[in-house]
Ligand binder design. Structure first.
Ligand SMILES: [Ca+2]
Ligand SMILES: [Ca+2]
Ligand SMILES: [Ca+2]
Ligand SMILES: [Ca+2]
Length: 429
């Protein structure tokens, strides 16, 4: 109740400020569109008065690994409560400048009860950050994740049990690197499906690792009976857009690195990505799938979906299992809008190591260490037919753009990842 009252008060305050800052908001929207191309954020996409019929129908889906994780449990909550954490302000401003309608935030520590999601909205997103217009998300979805949850097994085979590498997903405390969905459209909560406890061994043809020295399975039978596929979680979050439902399929597969020759993380990354490819195929291919309530099967046939998240896999470069990212790019009915930025092209020229890469620099979404792995395309927003793509982009301004202060160079002011957005229209909404 206390939280609800605070929230209402904050909303009223934000509303009062919004009027006086409308001019500043319009000015900055112009600056943003210059960084993201002629049809970038803030242009031809509006919810306020004065926008055309077509523009009002577009829904902006986005993914942003905002690096809102902290080293210790409770750390993020404290920073969210303060309202003046510089990095969180930058993350909030990034969202305010790009204005997604439906947003996945990766690396947002899970806090039971939803207090972190409330504080992020009240104390940051609904507060104007450096002249950017506040943004209000009436709907949020958070749930527990596997990171930092002790498995009770020696999963990394170092001879001892315990620590972040033996958890169901890498993490130093339960919930570290969690996920958050924010939406301006209603979340159909009763129909959300989560796949946190799905067992890796229950995926037919799983790429389960072997010990390269012995050729024996990396995991014991007892471990395989417990080892979960999802390093955080996989959520099917139905979003109601008018009369239609769009399934927002979100996850954050483990990085393929930080392992050994057995490549247990690379293999898990591949299969975490494969999960959605099978799920959207529906029918026979998805028959093995079960959710955390025991319900079997994949997406309803023909349903509209948007896959979103940091997949930790580039179609061309980096350490992921070959073909891992392509599983999504070639999924049934998927559309790859190939979101791009000029900032990524500029970064590939000014940083070492990217010249030898195969993938087009303009599609990069993360500014990783150079020369290895270099900058990669790892963050995806992939809509499906019957949705229609209107526009897409990556928020990565060139250095000459004042908003490049939000993306920056290492050590990053906000995150090593960039926000990726796609505008779609929903037929028959
Ligand atoms: Ca261990
Ligand atoms: Ca590996
Ligand atoms: Ca880099
Ligand atoms: Ca690249």
């Amino acid at each position: 109740m206390t939280s609800r009252n605070r929230r209402t008060a904050a909303l009223l305050a934000a509303g009062a400020l919004a009027g006086s800052l409308a001019l500043a908001g319009l000015t900055s929207a112009g600056a943003t569109s210059a960084t993201a191309g002629p049809r970038g954020p803030g242009h031809g996409h509006g919810h306020g008065p004065g926008h055309g019929h077509g523009a009002r129908e577009a829904v902006r889906f986005a993914t942003f690994n905002a690096s809102l994780n902290r080293a210790a449990e409770g750390g993020l909550s404290a920073d969210l409560a303060s309202g003046d954490d510089e990095q969180i302000r930058n993350a909030a401003e990034t969202v305010q400048r790009t204005r997604p309608d439906v947003l996945l935030v990766n690396e947002f520590d899970f806090v039971a009860g939803g207090g972190a999601a409330d504080d992020f909205r009240e104390n940051y997103l609904e507060v104007p950050q450096r002249g950017a217009r506040p943004i209000r998300y009436p709907y949020a979805y958070v749930a527990p994740v596997n990171t930092g949850v002790p498995s009770g097994h020696d999963l990394n085979n170092d001879g001892t049990v315990g620590g972040p590498d033996d958890a169901f997903g890498f993490g130093t405390f339960p919930g570290q690197y969690g996920m958050l969905v924010l939406s301006r459209h209603p979340v159909d909560r009763s129909r959300v499906r989560t796949f946190r406890e799905f067992l890796w061994a229950d995926m037919p043809g799983a790429l389960l690792p072997e010990d390269p020295a012995t050729g024996e399975p990396w995991f014991t039978d007892a471990e395989l009976a417990d080892v979960r596929l999802s390093s955080k979680s996989h959520w099917d979050v139905p979003i109601r857009v008018g009369r239609r439902t769009v399934h927002f399929l979100v996850s954050h597969p483990t990085p393929p690195t930080f392992d050994g020759a057995e490549d247990r993380n690379g293999r898990r990354n591949h299969d975490e990505i494969r999960f959605w490819a099978d799920y959207v195929a529906s029918g026979k291919r998805a028959r093995y799938v079960y959710d955390d309530r025991g319900r079997r099967g994949g997406l309803p046939r023909g349903a509209a979906y948007v896959i979103a998240g940091d997949q930790n896999a580039d179609p061309y470069d980096g350490d992921s299992v070959p073909g891992a990212a392509r599983q999504l790019l070639t999924a049934p009915r998927v559309i790859d809008p190939r979101p791009a930025s000029r900032g990524a092209v500029e970064a590939s020229r000014t940083q070492s190591g990217n010249a030898d890469q195969e993938g087009p620099a303009r599609l990069d979404t993360a500014d990783f260490a150079d020369p290895v792995p270099g900058n990669l395309r790892v963050d995806y927003v992939l809509p499906s037919r019957p949705l229609r793509v209107r526009d897409a982009g990556v928020f990565w301004p060139v250095a000459a753009d004042p908003l490049s202060r939000l993306t920056g160079t290492f050590p990053f002011p906000t995150s090593d990842h960039r926000l990726v957005w796609v505008d779609v229209t929903v037929p028959g909404r």
